[in-house]
Design a protein around this ligand. Structure first.
Ligand SMILES: [Fe+2]
Length: 104
């Protein structure tokens, strides 16, 4: 899972049908929502950059620098928040709030 929605029974059922969650990558402090509940429910490990750790102080994996985790690369991109990070998987980049559009 990348970032976390609010805890929802409907979503839990869908996630169960897809096989559960191993990791929850939190791009930054704004989008942690109910990550702790999903982690507890599925035995998932939460990942967050040290700069935003205060938003998820009991996260299982805290990183400081770019790091590989299996086929994924965790890339610190501070700016929006101190610990904002992106997640690269093959040719897909989960950008969190690192990239955004403006109207007008
Ligand atoms: Fe944000």
């Amino acid at each position: 899972m990348v970032d976390s929605p609010r805890y929802s029974k409907t979503l839990i059922q869908s996630i169960e049908e897809m096989g559960g969650i191993d990791y929850i990558f939190l791009t930054h402090r704004d989008d942690v929502a109910d990550a702790h509940k999903y982690a507890s429910r599925f035995g998932a490990k939460r990942i967050i950059h040290h700069g935003d750790k205060s938003a998820q102080p009991d996260a299982e994996i805290v990183f400081n620098e770019e790091m590989k985790l299996g086929d994924f690369t965790l890339i610190p991109t501070p700016g929006h928040t101190k610990g904002h990070s992106c997640l690269l998987y093959k040719n897909f980049l989960f950008t969190g709030d690192h990239l955004y559009g403006r109207n007008g």
